[in-house]
Structures are given as C-alpha cells and as structure tokens.
Design a protein around this ligand. Structure first.
Ligand SMILES: [Zn+2]
Ligand SMILES: [Zn+2]
Length: 305
C-alpha cells in the first residue's frame, strides 16, 4: 500500500477550508509526514491516518506554516504513551529547532526525538525505500524530498515454472525471492522463471519553491509530483518575488519530467473560494493535474508493464 493523505493544503496562512502544509504518506503501514503545519494532529484525526506509527517527519523549511504543528504533535504522542523514537529531518538548523520543540512548555517527553540536518543529495534509508533530499529554491534554506521505493522482483512466469516441473507452492515463492530450487535432481534457477526487476513507485514533495532543476531531474517518470502551486499565472511576478510557483510553471515542469500525476498544493488564500484559475492554467499544459484539498487521499498503484 502506498497512500498519500493531504492534511494541509493552504499557502502561508490557514483559511476556513485549508490547514497549513502537511502531507502524510502511509507506506505498508509506516507513516511518514512531510511538513507539519499548525493543526496537523487534528487533521490526522479527521483523516483517520493514525499517529502512533509515525516513524519520521521531513520538514521542507522553517517558515511557520510548515513546522508549527510539531510541538503539539510530539506532546500528544507522549500523552498517548509513545515509546518509540521519532526522527525529524530537515534543512539547516534542524537540530536547533528540535531542541526548541523539546524545550517549549512544561512537559516531560516520554520518548526520544532526534533532529537530523540534511543537505541536498543526502539519502535516508527506509525499510523498502529511500528518501533523498532535493535542492529547492525558496527565500530561506529549504529542501524537497523524493521518496523512491526499492526495485521489486520481476514478474513470475507461472506457466514456465510448471513446465520446468516446479510444483505450485512454497518453491514458487523461493524462486520469486531469487533463490534456485531443486526438483527431482534438476536445478531451476530464478532467471528462468522471473522477469527483469521492476521499479517501485516514486513520490516527490517539493515544499515551497520556484520550479527548479533538482526537482525536474528527480521527477522524471515519477508516479506523483506534489508541488508548490501557490498561484495562478496572473500572479507570476509575485510568485517569482516570493519564491513560489505558478500553476503554469509547474505544469510545464511536470510535462517535461513526464510525471504520471501532478498535485498542486500550498494554495494561496486568494483562491480560497475558487481554484479555477489554477486548474485552468495547469490543464492547458498538463492534463493529469489535481489541486489538493484538505483530507484528500490518493492511492499510488504500481505501473502496469
Ligand atoms: Zn509555506
Ligand atoms: Zn515558505
């Protein structure tokens, strides 16, 4: 399972319908949070994502709309009896911010939190995937993230295996895992019945940024690109000045990268009643685009070969 839940999709300010930035990824039951704006823990409850299986938080940058939810969230998990350590990854000054979260208010944290500062190109190894930090372009030190699943075994050719005399059952699984098996004194090797390894899925989360090279490169053939789409193209000058992106700019990048699905988020409060301008500017260039809404969920399937 690879499920993405948009907990906060507003840009800079919360609005009636949009919380500040937070995106939850559930990968095979492990929860990974990208940014943690104010109110994220309540959004987790509303979306029923769960909270205690949260293994790590990846912060894109230290503007308040991307991290203010952390102090409340870590204290709630302590109240609820969390014992497992929590790692918070982020750009420059991540350790200092983690010390501030720990020191904020009277409470006794019952588990360990650890801040880990990442640089562009750094890789965090997960169980079955990696998360790579990407260089993004915002007004303060910032990072985007690419979640890349490990390669998975190739397709298993059942008919061929039976032809070679392998009985369906545990020996099939063994071959699929890449181990040779012996049937009636004859060895069957995995290459004979298992196809080429197939890529896993890739999700890119940019945080706040101008469209940029590292995101384009990381997004090539990605299954999902979640990009800063703060403004429609009418606000291009302001997008450039404030170091955000417009719908058209991101659609151009998504098209060039050949992503399967684009989601625009960090939607400016000026579009709180009507996101049509954002949708229109992006659809002109790239058809497969969604403007994120709070509590929206996406399942990311494997590609069909
Ligand atoms: Zn922001
Ligand atoms: Zn920002």
């Amino acid at each position: 399972m690879l499920r993405v839940t948009f907990l906060g999709t507003g840009g800079s300010l919360p609005t009636r319908n949009r919380n500040p930035s937070a995106v939850m990824v559930n990968r095979e039951g492990e929860l990974i949070l990208f940014d943690c704006g104010e109110g994220t823990q309540q959004q987790m409850m509303r979306a029923k994502t769960g909270m205690m299986s949260l293994s790590s938080i990846f912060i894109s940058h230290f503007h308040a709309d991307h991290f203010l939810g952390i102090p409340g969230l870590i204290q709630t998990m302590s109240f609820m009896g969390r014992k497992e350590p929590l790692v918070i990854y982020g750009p420059k000054h991540m350790q200092e911010f983690t010390e501030l979260f720990r020191a904020l208010g009277y409470f006794n944290l019952k588990y360990e939190i650890r801040g880990v500062e990442l640089k562009p190109g750094d890789v965090v190894e997960g169980d079955g995937y990696v998360i790579r930090a990407l260089k993004t372009e915002h007004s303060v030190p910032s990072l985007g993230y690419a979640l890349v699943e490990n390669m998975r075994p190739g397709r298993f050719n059942r008919e061929r295996a039976i032809e070679l005399g392998v009985p369906p059952g545990p020996l099939f699984a063994k071959l699929h895992r890449g181990e040779p098996v012996e049937v009636e004194g004859k060895v069957v090797r995995p290459e004979e019945v298992v196809g080429e390894p197939r890529p896993g899925r890739t999700i890119i989360y940019t945080g706040d940024t101008r469209p940029c090279e590292a995101v384009l490169e990381a997004s090539r053939n990605a299954d999902l690109l979640i990009h800063d789409g703060s403004f429609a193209d009418e606000m291009a000058d302001w997008a450039e000045e404030s170091m955000h992106s417009t719908a058209g700019e991101v659609a151009t990048l998504a098209k060039e990268a050949g992503v399967r699905q684009l989601v625009l988020t960090h939607i400016s409060s000026r579009y709180s009643d009507d996101v049509e301008p954002i949708i229109n500017d992006s659809k002109k260039i790239f058809e497969n685009v969604i403007v994120a809404e709070d509590l929206m969920e996406l399942e990311i399937p494997f590609r069909q070969e």
